[in-house]
Design a protein around this ligand. Sequence first.
Ligand code: 0A1
Ligand code: ZN
Length: 882
Amino acid sequence: MRHPANVAVRLVDYRPADFLIDAVALDISLDRTASKVVATLSLRRNPKGAPGAPLSLDGDDLTLVGVKLDGRPLGPQDYTAAPDHLLLEKVPDGPFTLEIETRVDPSANTQLSGLYRSGSAYCTQCEAEGFRRITYFLDRPDVLSVYTTRVEGDKGEAPILLSNGNPVKSGNLPDGRHYAVWRDPFPKPSYLFALVGGDLGALRDSFTTMSGRKIDLAIYVEHGKEARATYAMDALKRSMRWDEEKFGREYDLDVFNIVAVSDFNMGAMENKGLNIFNDKYVLASPETATDGDYAGIEGVIAHEYFHNWTGNRITCRDWFQLCLKEGLTVFRDQEFSADMRSRAVERIGDVRGLRLAQFPEDGGPLAHPVRPEVYHEINNFYTATVYEKGAEIVRMLRTLIGDETFRRGMDIYFERFDGTAATVEDYLSCFAEASGRDLSHFALWYSQAGTPILSTEGAYDPQAKTFSLTLKQHTPPTPGQSEKKPLVVPVAFALFGENGEKLELASPDARADELARGLIELTDAERKITFAGVASRPVVSALRGFSAPVRLEPAPESADLEKLLACDDDPFNRWQAAQSLALRAIFARVDAAKKGAQTPQAPGFIGALRTILAGADADPAFAAQALSLPSEIDLAREAGHDVDPDVLFSARYGLREEIGRALGADAEPIYRRLSDAGPYSPDAASAGRRMLKALALDLVAAGDPEKGSALARSQFAAAGNMTDRLGALTLLALLGGEAREAAFAAFYEQYKGDALVLDKWFSLQATIPEPATTKRVVDLMRHPDFSLTNPNRVRSLIGAFSNANLTGFHALDGSGYDLLTRIVLELDPKNPQLAARLLSALRSWRTLEPRRRGLIEERLRHIAAQGNLSPDTKDIATRALS
Ligand code: 0A1
Ligand code: ZN
């Protein structure tokens, strides 16, 4: 494997391309080991480029067969060619065509970037820089071209031949071959190109747009699995309607195709008119998919569809602007899910996800701004910061300027930048115009990395009947950014009086609109607001709805949290109050254990949980969220330093038992009542009841493991859907013993032919929180169903072990770290993107206690010192150590 020079790419170095490619005609003849690619590019000099510059095209691992300029074959004296570039020193000043013929070997493509094979199908992945693995090109997002693609293949092997745009014609050829021509009239960057050839089944449907155009929809899957795409199809149609209703965006081609493949590095890809999906985000049936899987499918289908406007019609000028399409599209898919499901539960889930994946990134050596300023390997910047924090910035913008103005800004954006490759500045200019506000200070959210810490301090004056609230912010340093400035932080807030009533706000220190909306804009390091006419010391509900991606420290006092849990009309903050109480109870146990003191009990917290449980029927999904303890990963993040996973585990486990003993008896009737649910439906309300049922079972088991085990065993055997079956198996996995092994064996026997279900089987075993799990994982790697070539399988075993099993992975003997190191190094030459992602599990190593910290540092140094490491893995190892 050859690796390109490890050069830094910088935002400040951006220059327009020297040439434009107005049109591309591709002729691709599929062959397992030698696919023939003829690309005819209509080129001209870019008036914005460097005058007289040579034509330098990107390549990666390419074999050149020949080049023609305006139809005339060129000789080797006319160009320099290497696997990674094609350079023509002299080209005409006027428009010209360049025909380039290359050969690529899809079977040998284990990186899953460019043209590769998944099962017996051919497919492509071109974002970010995979198109250059198909042909030489100006492989950068600001070069937009109209594509016509002719795909040719063997009729038996690939009866289905797809590409972007609309079908133009197709026909038979000699020797059992056939072809199809596709034309995409919308200019697009090369990263949105796609092609599929294979023997696939299809689920077909149609959608009539708001202007009355009928669009043919198809989801292509492995034969026999068509019915499992029904929910994805339904989600697609709902997404299409939603984008019309909420953003006025109509679909633009005559067809919309989705193809599900089993080998895919990421979740899915928004190629114009031809989305390619990891089949995990398409295929679902009640017997094989959990409620979480259904929600994931709905979200990812929507996300890729929404990219048609935010990403495709308006794309990014360069890869530094990745958040322009990703943050905005995540915001859009989150809003879609909130409209389809419970807004409160969606918000809680989104914030949990942000804290789980983005906060550790922002607080460790891999921290980077939402719009990075430098990268060595762009594939390592498809991060939670770019995606999830990017979405939070869009959300804050909407919060600050209001829904209507936000919508007007979006309309301006679509109107003005359609058909272009835009920047974050372009985007913000639309909202500055719509709102009449100067957004230059707000824009700092894009360039300043790190999670701000927000603190609130209240002082009540009983004589004056005033309450002073002081808000402060500061952002800890991150790599390369030691000095931080105050940001624009929208702090949604309310005050509650003695009887839980919401107080009217009056203050000379805040604008009338701030008081009316309950939204303070913190723009300096500190702001003090004194409220008048406050009859008694109020309780502050701050950062309602998680109005900014910050840490609120410290949490309010326990008595205030209990009050908020009872009276706050913001469901997010009610949930947050329960979480904060739980964290306090667990850390009290941690402190006691460290001091050798008696284990503290948490009667106030348990009383609050009892009340939630008693009222759970009103909103089962919310109750289940509020009753769930923070995970060990949450605890490690909140602890922040000198983390000892074993201590956190015991404290959490101990509290779980205390709660179980207190509430198990209340939970059992709820469990029994919810067990009578009738046929499975994936809707949010039914899913919420199943979530509560699982929680109730866990409470029973926490207080009385034997009873819990008996109930779990019968639920496992009788379950009519995967949510209940896997829920029971999860509990049995925790309880251990023979029942666990028997259940795992039965599960395997039942689902051994189904890869997506087997992934769950691997994952669940990898997350058993006990020392023997490392050995179990090692043994599972020898299982005939394990394979390093399938990313889903690797993630299900190794990813789950290293990211979701705090005690197992961080075993004090370093065995978990050794395992990860071995796999990363073995995988790196085959699939560097996947190897690099696995390695980033170590990103929070500095927050661990010294012994584990030392063990990880050794492994990271060992990895970084390897010769011939891919740029992907090298980049992560180097930055992790920085
Ligand atoms: N744009 C896709 C994510 C994606 C990125 C890179 C990929 O291959 C390296 C694949 C998919 C999305 O946001 O869904
Ligand atoms: Zn995306």
